[in-house]
Ligand binder design. Structure first.
Ligand SMILES: [Zn+2]
Length: 61
């Protein structure tokens, strides 16, 4: 199964994107909400790559 979103994340990592500071949350807050479609897609992408999301710490609150 192809996960294009995870491929995009992987390319970003290769380019040195700081994912702790980069996300696209529909709620537009200072931290990822973790529940909107964009956040869920992102979390799924990181899980598919078997790496931890650097912004996950922020999502806990
Ligand atoms: Zn969100």
């Amino acid at each position: 199964m192809t996960n294009s979103k995870s491929e995009i994340v992987k390319i970003g990592l290769d380019l040195g994107v700081n994912y702790a500071e980069t996300w696209n949350c529909y709620r537009g807050k200072d931290t990822p909400c973790g529940v909107c479609p964009s956040c869920v897609e992102r979390r799924t992408a990181f899980a598919a790559l078997k790496i931890s999301d650097p912004a996950a710490e922020r999502m806990r609150d």
